[in-house]
Design a binder for this molecule. Structure first.
Ligand SMILES: [Ca+2]
Ligand SMILES: [Ca+2]
Ligand SMILES: [Ca+2]
Length: 315
């Protein structure tokens, strides 16, 4: 009641209350400020208690995901009867809200997250509910597929969709890039990498070969290269090649290889958005230990270009 009375007073009296520093601070202080708790989550699920002492409060859990991955946040209700949950990034931007996706009236958020700091707020569903609960956090498959795609001159040739460094979780498609090189100045660089800090992909090898079948100046830095699989959360890039296909004779081949694991696949989607003659062997293909995939980029002044995206997954 004291808190409520002071809060109402501050709303009614405005500047008068502002002069009475102590009371105002007590009434309006963010209750979250005193309810933080640092939790580091790697590969082992972490259970941590939480408590809602006053109706309407939220309990904030400060969580550092060491590797990230496919993460699950679940409340295990005890005397708190019905929870709600908010997940925020390190800048306190809301990523996701949930009420009842967990067992019964418990909350659950499942999301692929990169390593770093997050905040999970838990509150009662109604403003009068109080009680305690446990928050369970677990992450699996902390694997990320990286692509770097960028122009060295006219960026309209490497345009419109994803650009620059792209990072996508295991099992998810990368956002598509769009290859539209032609007689405009410059071309597009492309590189790949995978991070696998806990050895989910142990034994896997990925590679790509890049070469011309006509005028070789359209396909710079050709040759076979491995796609590094880093054992930390820091990406290591494959040696970049440069796509500069245009009206000169021929195009550029990309051949993707996978070996060492029969349970892992790399999907490649390669589609025209204009004249399809520019994107040979278009479609959705799957690279496995028994199947390499070859596509041919022959973009030029014909209309449109080719979109491309990737997905690394269990098969
Ligand atoms: Ca060009
Ligand atoms: Ca050509
Ligand atoms: Ca074109």
């Amino acid at each position: 009641m004291k808190r409520l009375a002071t809060l109402v007073g501050s709303m009614l009296l405005g500047s008068f209350v502002a002069a009475c520093g102590g009371d105002l601070a007590e009434a309006t202080a963010d209750p979250l400020a005193t309810l933080k708790q640092g939790i580091a989550v790697g590969t082992i699920p972490v259970t941590t208690p939480g408590q809602i002492n006053r109706g309407g409060d939220r309990y904030r859990h400060e969580i550092d995901l060491v590797y990230g991955g496919q993460c699950t946040f679940t409340t295990s209700l005890n005397t708190l009867q019905d929870s709600v949950m908010w997940l925020y990034d390190q800048n306190l931007s809301l990523l996701q809200f949930d009420d009842d996706s967990g067992p019964g009236l418990a909350s659950q958020i499942q999301r692929t997250l990169t390593p770093g700091r997050y905040y999970v707020d838990v509150g009662g569903f109604s403003a009068i509910q109080t009680g305690n609960y446990d928050l369970v956090v677990s992450c699996a498959n902390p694997v990320f597929f990286f692509e770097n795609f960028y122009a060295d001159e006219d960026a309209g040739q490497c345009n419109a969709l994803a650009y620059g460094m792209i990072r996508t979780g295991f099992g998810d498609w990368t956002p598509p890039i769009r290859i539209d090189t032609d007689g405009r100045a410059g071309g597009c660089y492309q590189q790949f990498g995978v991070t696998d800090p806990t050895g989910v992909l142990a034994g896997l090898n990925l590679a790509v070969n890049f070469y011309a079948d006509g005028n070789a100046d359209q396909c710079n830095f050709p040759g076979y290269r491995t796609i590094p699989i880093s054992s930390s959360t820091n990406v290591q890039w494959s040696y970049g090649y440069r796509i500069d296909a245009d009206n000169r004779a021929g195009g550029c081949w990309q051949v993707f290889y996978l070996s060492g694991r029969n349970d892992i696949a790399l999907d490649i989607e390669f589609l025209p958005d204009g004249n399809p003659g520019q994107c040979n062997n278009a479609g959705t293909h799957t690279v496995t230990s028994s199947n390499s995939v070859a596509i041919r980029i022959d973009t030029d002044s014909r209309s449109g270009g080719c979109t491309q995206r990737f997905r690394l997954r269990y098969q």
